[in-house]
Design a protein around this ligand. Structure first.
Ligand code: SF4
Length: 381
């Protein structure tokens, strides 16, 4: 396949569904309960809602939306730290656009910008480095966010700053790692998952081998999946084949992008600049051991956490927010008490309503939501 239309072909989708249906029927009969498959990555959540894939799959397959949207798991305290840095005099604070509207305890970055802070949206950390070169009288801070997918470009930017001797540039590092997150999900007593759609973008960097523990220790099938409808359906079919044959393996549906060994150069840059933190706080999930990275001692002169004094407070989500339960797949977005009422994409209370990869935003945009009163049609029935 070479062109995107081929990955959206309705006939091919129907052919895959015809293979999936009998395998689901057989497994559900054996187990006497519905099947739960988790898509780890927010990109998959977005694709599933956008193309209505959940409706195409048999009713007895429930897709559980996992914690793989980095904006969604950013705790309020870290947003407050961003605002505290951005409101310092002579600071230009730079960030990707989807982090601008994530609520902090008092304000978001967008609100801080409206109040006068110099906060700018960039498309890459190298754009932020360019700003630092252009404004030597300012300290330019880049808000580093994301899983292993975005970590290499941040690491390479720090190496570039070192090479060019640019010292008015720093990184507020909030990068997180996928493997401890999946482990935390597997250890959660609330969830009983039958298989995983593995994250395609992260795997492009780390490869397929780090997931072996999912199959070997937890006996769950995992298929690394692409992001087009045919990718997702083919991956579900591959998981169903494994379940049918009693196999638990890590398979790679996204082989056109994901090499088994990952991207060695990117991994080299990451390990040169970053080291694991002992723990990192996640919104709604609490602290997860070794799930975040910080800058190594040799690169601390570009570390915003060393240059600025930060509030560094742990802030609980508002009581009415149920982001943690949605992130763990314990409830569906529309089951949150404030979904579509107090919390909408225009007035987000939780981060899952901000990013297009957030389950609440995706469900609100593409789900069966009654736009008149923002209540899902299931609740009206
Ligand atoms: S509706 Fe809003 S508050 Fe509720 S889980 Fe979703 S993002 Fe969080």
């Amino acid at each position: 396949m070479r062109f995107v239309d081929e990955f959206r072909d309705p006939q091919m989708a129907e052919a895959l569904l015809q293979r999936i249906r009998p395998l689901v029927d057989k497994k559900v009969q054996q187990l006497g309960r519905p099947l739960q498959l988790m898509e780890v990555c927010g990109g998959h959540t977005h694709a599933i809602f956008r193309y209505g894939l959940e409706q195409l799959l048999p009713d007895m397959v429930e897709l559980v939306h996992g914690p793989g949207c980095p904006v969604c798991v950013l705790p309020m305290g870290r947003v407050d730290d961003c605002v505290a840095i951005a409101e310092q005099p002579d600071v230009i604070f730079t960030t990707f656009g989807d982090a601008m509207r994530v609520p902090g305890s008092k304000k978001s970055l967008l609100q801080a910008k409206a109040q006068g802070a110099d906060i700018r949206m960039v498309y890459s950390p190298l754009d932020a480095l360019q700003l630092a070169k252009k404004h030597p009288e300012k300290e330019v801070v880049f808000f580093g966010l994301g899983f292993e997918t975005t970590m290499p470009s941040t690491a390479l930017t720090i190496l570039q700053a070192e090479k060019e001797g640019i010292d008015n540039f720093s990184l507020f590092c909030n990068h997180i790692t996928i493997i401890p997150t999946i482990k935390a999900v597997l250890d959660s007593p609330d969830l009983h998952l039958d298989g995983f759609l593995g994250p395609g973008h992260v795997s492009m960097i780390i490869g397929t081998r780090p997931y072996e523990f999912v199959a070997q220790q937890y006996q769950r099938p995992m298929v690394i999946a692409g992001f087009e409808p045919i990718d997702v359906l083919q991956s579900v079919w591959m998981i169903m084949q494994q379940l049918d044959e009693g196999r638990c393996e890590v398979e790679n549906q996204y082989g056109r992008i994901v090499p088994p060994e990952g991207n060695r150069q990117a991994l080299q840059a990451v390990s040169q600049v970053f080291e694991l933190r002992e723990f990192f706080e996640w919104r709604g999930l609490g602290s997860i051991d070794h799930s975040g990275v910080r800058m190594r001692e040799e690169y601390r002169q570009w570390d915003a956490e060393q240059k600025f004094s930060l509030p560094n407070l742990k802030i609980a989500d508002p009581k009415s927010c149920q982001c943690g339960e949605v992130l763990k797949g314990v409830i569906k977005p529309w089951e949150c008490k404030v979904f579509g009422r107090a919390c909408t994409p225009e007035t987000p209370m939780g981060a899952l309503m901000v990013s297009s990869e957030g389950a609440c935003s995706a469900y609100f945009t593409y789900g069966k939501v009654n736009q008149a009163d923002h209540i899902p049609s299931e609740q009206l029935a």
